[in-house]
Design a protein around this ligand. Structure first.
Ligand code: GTP
Ligand code: MG
Length: 171
């Protein structure tokens, strides 16, 4: 059949936000792993949608590894940014990291799409995706297409909506 267009995606966000769990759920069920551990450095994963083949750099969100992120900005064509909706204490840290990456010279003037997952919506104290977008001041992002979805990566809810949006930005 036809070869799918390849898209390089960077998956970013604080440690424990659910990045690896989300990427794992997007893979075909026979390729999913059962035990997910905190990412060391980064890991390269692949998943496909109806028209695209995504190569994802799933970065570690731990503080000591966040300085790795910027080395991958140049070659990425899309960003998935994951937020733990339940971790309101660290929402300011997530915002700082987001602001830093948005101002990075390798990303600043590029119209690359950013998909936000307001993850862990299943948890009792999770705030809504609208609240997350307010706390991160997403309305200030004027030069890039972006979209936010509430998700529950354990059940896989909300992931398809997000990936459909991302795929649509490449047509
Ligand atoms: P780092 O690799 O350290 O940056 O973390 P990460 O963002 O990849 O997080 P990871 O996918 O390892 O998930 C961290 C923990 O959150 C794991 O125990 C997951 O099972 C849990 N988790 C992920 N998504 C959800 C969710 O939607 N709801 C709930 N309740 N737990 C989740
Ligand atoms: Mg991880």
């Amino acid at each position: 059949g036809l070869k799918k267009k390849e898209v390089h995606v960077l998956c970013l966000g604080l440690d424990n936000s659910g990045k690896t769990t989300i990427i794992n759920k997007l893979k075909p069920s026979n390729a999913q792993t059962q035990d997910i551990v905190p990412t060391i450095g980064f890991s390269v994963e692949k998943f496909k949608t109806s028209s695209l083949s995504f190569t994802v750099f799933d970065m570690s969100g731990q503080g000591r590894y966040r300085n790795l992120w910027e080395h991958y900005y140049k070659d990425c064509q899309a960003i998935i940014f994951v937020i733990d909706s339940n971790d309101t204490l660290r929402m300011v840290v997530a915002k700082e990291e987001l602001d830093t990456l948005m101002n990075h010279p390798d990303l600043k003037h590029r119209r690359i799409p950013i998909l936000f997952f307001a993850n862990k919506m299943d948890l009792r104290f999770a705030v809504s995706s609208v609240k997350v977008s307010q706390l991160l001041a997403l309305e200030n992002i004027k030069d890039k297409p972006w979209h936010i979805c509430a998700s529950d990566a354990l059940k896989g809810e909300g992931l398809q909506e997000g990936v459909d949006w991302l795929q649509g930005t490449f047509h």
